[in-house]
Design a protein. Structure first.
Lengths: 252, 327
């Protein structure tokens, strides 16, 4: 379980995240929504270690992860995708997935250098698992293509499967549906549901597509101007007057 | 199959003609020992440039300090051998390890830097080493005059003649290039490439970016240092010119001209530059001008280097034959 406690992040005078409290229980899909510039991605960047919050704490399964580096947090079981696609574009699709397994592979520098038996075995297993993962997401046929040559929607899927390759306990999806057409969005909806069935993990998702959010998330947090505006089930959020005002603007 | 998994048997077979040619090389140069010497230099440069390829080609860290590490290996082995009398092959290895350790120490702070700032930091380091060599404490390096040492021998087996040294160098090249090839096709090599292509994503995917950048520097230091120690025992002499900044730039031109991220890039680059140096040996004042023009041409029009651009060309031809691309 991931707990964000009174997290505050300032950039000079600007308070990007103001006293945010969130909980991501096990095996749930949680959404984080809000108008542009509300601080959603900043919040993600705090959780994944890109920024260190000024105040408050972030706790994963009872252990504070505040101040840890991104690669350490990834090793502790929080994996993420990016709002702006962040693939290794010149590496092949399958290599991207295997890079995602980096910290679950154990061979050290010298084992890698001399291709010891253990390293070869590990590489083979990683390769087979990567193929399996690509099959799950429907990219098996393109395993050897350069990641940068995939169409936009498929690049988003590749990011998701690369993040899953490390068997995380929390998966952070930053606008997974951005730039997808309606058919791809439907497919994404389906894929997230299949991920929840197959992996023992929670999803925390930033998303603007309300159909997707209302459809798959079990609990929603709403951010506005860096502050938590509301929280609740999708039904509650849809009826919440503050949320409606934040999205559509007030009467006055 | 994934090429990272195991060394392809067919690929090994493809190397057979090259291997035969390499072994028979001294026969072609029976009456031309200067040519043989040049080939020995090629072999030495191939090792140094392979190290630079790990650092620059795979990890994306630029360095203009190759000749500094080359010098640390060269002067290191020379001093160790002259003062302790240890067997040359041992002093070569010790000097390479020293070069590796210096690279690791340098890398720890500079691995935070990128592009222009990393270039500047490595240039400064090269100057520090140059100053140390030319104004050494007690003049142990012979300062501007250079210093002499024994020619290569392995536990009494004399390798002074260039065709004998050539076989030693050939073995070294095969070992160093194979190790490089194994590293880049491993978990470590994937981390290197990931860092080069997308630093932030690599960090986010659990790769300790700084650690791997430092690793790459260490390997580079070892490769360049070993090449330098080979050089000093081939020539029997080393002068500060070897450590000069200009020499580091030439190493950089070799890798850019040959092509990054391949086993053959350093080979092609080293051979091309050595040939060019010979062609221009009577017009020394124009050498830098020609290098400058070549560098510009490669950076602007042939970014893949000779090997990379040839590969591109062949794959385009292959696709065209298959009729996939008609453009």
């Amino acid at each position: 379980m991931l707990k964000v406690e009174n997290m505050t992040l300032r950039f000079g005078d600007l308070i990007a995240n103001d006293n945010i409290c969130m909980e991501v229980p096990n095996n749930k899909v949680i959404a984080l929504i809000g108008p542009n510039g509300a601080g959603k991605t900043t919040c993600f960047n705090c959780i994944s270690g890109v920024y260190t919050p000024n105040n408050g704490d972030i706790i994963l399964d009872g252990v504070s992860i505040k101040g840890k580096k991104p690669y350490q947090i990834h090793g502790m079981g929080i994996s993420r995708t990016y709002q702006i696609i962040n693939l290794f574009t010149e590496m092949s699709v399958i290599e991207n997935v295997i890079v995602g397994m980096h910290d679950s592979m154990k061979s050290n520098f010298f084992e890698s250098m001399f291709h010891t038996k253990r390293h070869r075995k590990e590489e083979k297993e990683a390769y087979e698992r990567a193929i399996e993962l690509l099959e799950f997401i429907g990219l098996k046929d393109k395993a050897n293509n350069a990641a940068g040559s995939l169409p936009y929607g498929e690049q988003r899927l590749l990011e998701i499967i690369r993040a899953l390759a490390s068997n995380p306990s929390i998966l952070l999806l930053d606008e997974p549906a951005a730039g997808m057409n309606s058919k791809e969005k439907e497919e994404l909806d389906n894929i997230i549901q299949r991920i929840m069935k197959r992996w023992d993990l929670s999803v925390l998702m930033v998303e603007h597509d309300m159909d997707l959010v209302m459809n798959i998330s079990e609990y929603i947090y709403v951010l506005n101007y860096g502050k938590l505006l509301a929280q609740g089930t999708p039904e509650e959020i849809q009826r919440n007057p503050d949320v409606i005002e934040a999205y559509l603007g007030g009467d006055d | 199959m994934n090429k990272a998994l195991n060394i392809n048997k067919g690929k090994l077979l493809r190397y057979a003609p090259v291997a035969v040619l390499a072994v028979l090389m001294p026969l072609f140069f029976r009456n031309f020992s200067y040519g043989m010497l040049l080939i020995c230099f090629c072999a030495i440069y191939i090792i140094a440039v392979s190290g630079l390829d790990i650092l620059y080609g795979y990890t994306g860290q630029i360095s203009f300090a190759t000749s500094a590490f080359f010098g640390i290996g060269g002067y290191g082995s020379l001093l160790l051998h002259n003062h302790t009398g240890l067997p040359i092959i041992i002093t070569m290895l010790i000097a390479s390890v020293i070069s590796c350790v210096v690279a690791l120490i340098l890398a720890y702070p500079v691995s935070k830097l990128r592009f222009a700032f990393l270039s500047l930091a490595t240039i400064s380091f090269n100057h520090i080493i140059f100053q140390l060599v030319t104004r050494s404490p007690g003049g142990i390096t012979g300062d501007f005059n250079g210093a002499f040492t024994e020619h290569m021998n392995i536990f009494g087996l004399d390798l002074k003649e260039s065709w004998k040294f050539y076989y030693f160098a050939l073995v070294c090249v095969v070992i160093f290039v194979s190790i490089k090839s194994m590293i880049v096709n491993s978990r470590v090599g994937r981390a290197f490439l990931a860092i080069k292509q997308n630093l932030h994503a690599a960090d986010g995917m659990g790769i300790n970016v700084r650690k791997y950048k430092v690793y790459a520097f260490g390997l580079y230091g070892f490769y360049a240092g070993f090449a330098g120690s080979m050089y000093v025992h081939l020539v029997g002499y080393i002068s500060p010119e070897t450590v000069a900044q200009q020499q580091s730039v030439i190493f950089m031109i070799m890798i850019l001209m040959g092509g990054v991220c391949s086993n053959w890039g350093p080979v092609v680059g080293a051979v091309a530059i050595i040939l060019l140096q010979e062609i221009l040996s009577h017009a020394e004042q124009y050498q830098l001008l020609v290098y400058g023009i070549i560098l510009l041409i490669f950076i602007l029009f042939l970014p893949g280097g000779i090997v990379g651009e040839t590969k591109k060309l062949f794959s385009r031809l292959k696709w065209r034959k298959k009729g996939v691309i008609n453009a």
